[in-house]
Design a protein around this ligand. Sequence first.
Ligand code: EPZ
Length: 417
Amino acid sequence: MSYYEIQGGRPLEGTLAIHGAKNSVLPILAACLLVPGQCILHNCPDLSDVSATLDILRLLGCRVDRSGDTVSVDAGTLSRSGIPERLMREMRSSVIFLGALLARLGAAELSYPGGCELGSRPIDLHLSALRTLGAEIKEEQGALCCRDEGMRGRELCLSIPSVGATENIMLAACGCPGLTTIVGAAREPEIVDLQNFLQEMGAAVTGAGTSTVAIRGGLPLHPAEHRVMGDRIAAATYLCAAAAAGGEIEVTGVEPGYLTAVLACLEEAGCTLHAGPETIVLASSAPLKGISPVRTAPYPGFPTDCQAILMAALAGGEGATLFVENIFDSRYRHVDELRRMGADIQVAGQAAMVSGVGRLHAAAVRSTDLRGGAALVVAGLAAEGVTRVSELRHIRRGYQALDENLRTLGAEIRLLP
Ligand code: EPZ
């Protein structure tokens, strides 16, 4: 089982171009199913979640090619509407194929994506919205059999601004004649990127980035070429790493305005930040200070995907910070691993009180999930001694070349078999 070996205490210096966004490219790859013909995506990150998605597209009958960070998907040969359970379980977000398959084929058979390391991951909002549009969805022994029974545009209201449900409805609505309006939509930047791609395909989608998204469906669509936006969560990860380890880094290829909440926390913790068009520079020279409570929230609030990463940086600083995780019901699994490194973190329900201990010490720790694993790397970069991080499969889901990128910034990190 491979692991990272990290010699802590090396300050980070240099510039890093951030790879394409996992949480943007996944729904955009599903959107390629909407049209017969070849779509071309640039800045497509090399991640295991992306590989799993490409495998699903191939299994459905699409022609998929990859050359560097450019991926082409030709859904002209789409021949199946069913996704086997083993692939559905491999990646929870494969539920995003539901809307696109209904729009293109009028049918979809897939299993429940199942929970994951963050706790239960229900899809009730996805299913109720698609039923409101006119889909018939039968649930039998964990499998979903979906049929277009006269789907038409409707007004839909989401009780939670679910990112995935918003995206699924946008894709399904492209195949529904009439106007679909999503009230209470999620506002994440990745949804704007999906809208941009759909517009490039000829779809009439507007409002992404606000809480009301409108789709006029049933229009003829054509293949498109698109550059995927930069991964704001990956950018935040490297910034938190530099904040914790010290030094000065620049990340490029990400819109600073998409990270306002995170940058505010890092500045309050004592970092110096400068932002320019698609660049963020962070300098950190002193132990991080405790900051005002960090409450995760839907965009533009503090992103839940950065909770573990910021916590790891602050755990080795000074002062106390209260975290409140409001999005997922089990997103503190990294806490026990940080405690192995000397972190002082008290968890009570959705709240976690982090008391900075001045500096963490090295330990052998295990990734528990994607962002929890990245958090352990952040902690190891600043800790005293040599930290080993295992269970790297979680990290590979969402970070391209994490150890290589950190080495280019001066970190002493090795991947051992
Ligand atoms: C997306 O997940 C992201 N994944 C997550 O990133 C991210 O943490 C999350 O949005 C929140 O920003 C991708 O985009 C592939 P939600 P998603 O639906 O769509 C509840 C990462 O680390 N809910 O916005 O699954 C749900 O349980 C991953 O990159 C329902 O109750 O998240 C959660 O509590 C982790 N019923 C809340 O809504 C539903 O039908 C927000 O979930 C759907 C969701």
